[in-house]
Design a protein around this ligand. Structure first.
Ligand code: HEC
Ligand code: HEC
Ligand code: HEC
Ligand code: HEC
Length: 152
């Protein structure tokens, strides 16, 4: 029996080192992992409250359409039907709450359209793209296209 213990001393030491490592790991983990981690899933449960407390900046297209029904109708009949208003106008929740004090942002077609339509190999081939230098020839995209229903 003693012989066995003497000969397996290195295994006992190894087991002790592993056990100590495990305890240190558990202690460090307890110290740095936030309390609410894992409450609902693999994230901090408390983060839901924190996000909910942030002010809302986007209103969503349904809200815009209540007051701007004509724009909504024009848009729904054209190629931009699928785009949300705020994809171009930017976050506009403040405007929807008090439209006359908080003016909405009116984007400039000369700089807006190329953001999505400038020819770029990274875009899907089926997505309509132009090389603005050749296509617009220095004119603003808005001189020929209507932003809410762009097909001429
Ligand atoms: C409660 C009604 C209401 C809602 C909701 C509303 N608007 Fe307006 N909007 C107005 C009114 C009124 C004006 C004209 C006010 C003014 O003179 O700027 C206006 C003007 C605008 C203008 C023109 C600004 C300019 O400089 O000429 C844009 C663009 C606009 N709204 C976009 C939006 C978008 C995008 C949304 C949705 C996020 C939205 N609106 C939601 C009432 C509304
Ligand atoms: C593809 C981008 C785009 C989308 C999507 C879009 N707009 Fe616009 N909108 C513009 C641009 C650009 C102008 C400025 C036009 C100009 O100055 O000639 C404008 C102007 C306006 C104006 C000022 C009046 C006018 O017709 O010039 C209102 C109001 C407006 N948009 C509301 C909306 C609403 C509501 C939606 C969603 C239903 C919407 N827009 C979606 C690009 C867009
Ligand atoms: C946020 C991205 C975005 C912006 C900004 C944008 N577009 Fe578009 N545009 C689209 C999408 C998405 C479509 C639909 C593509 C499809 O049907 O596959 C489209 C379709 C079009 C088409 C129809 C192409 C065809 O023949 O099917 C034209 C023309 C066009 N846009 C011009 C414009 C102009 C002009 C502006 C600036 C006023 C503009 N777009 C701004 C995303 C955008
Ligand atoms: C001088 C007028 C003119 C100007 C300025 C202009 N376009 Fe066009 N655009 C057209 C005409 C006409 C068509 C349809 C014929 C065609 O497909 O070439 C068209 C088609 C398009 C299409 C569809 C292309 C496709 O493959 O289906 C897109 C996207 C487009 N334009 C975006 C823009 C953008 C972005 C700008 C600003 C950089 C712009 N256009 C400026 C006249 C113009």
């Amino acid at each position: 029996m003693q012989k066995i213990l003497r000969e397996s001393g290195h295994l006992v030491r190894l087991a002790l080192v592993l056990a100590a490592g495990f305890l240190i790991f558990m202690a460090v983990r307890a110290a740095i992992v936030p309390k609410s981690f894992g409450q609902y899933g693999h994230y901090r449960g408390a983060v839901l409250e924190e996000i909910r407390a942030k002010p809302i900046s986007f209103a969503g297209r349904a809200t815009c359409e209540v007051c701007h029904d004509e724009v909504a109708k024009t848009k729904s009949e054209g190629k931009h039907a699928g785009l949300g208003c705020e994809a171009c106008h930017g976050p506009s929740a403040a405007h929807t709450e008090d439209p006359t004090t908080n003016h909405a942002f009116k984007p400039n077609p000369a700089t807006l359209c190329v953001r999505c339509h400038e020819a770029d190999r990274a875009r899907p081939k089926t997505f309509p793209q132009v090389t603005s230098k050749d296509h617009a020839n220095g004119m603003s995209c808005g001189d020929c296209h209507k932003p809410h229903s762009p097909k001429i």
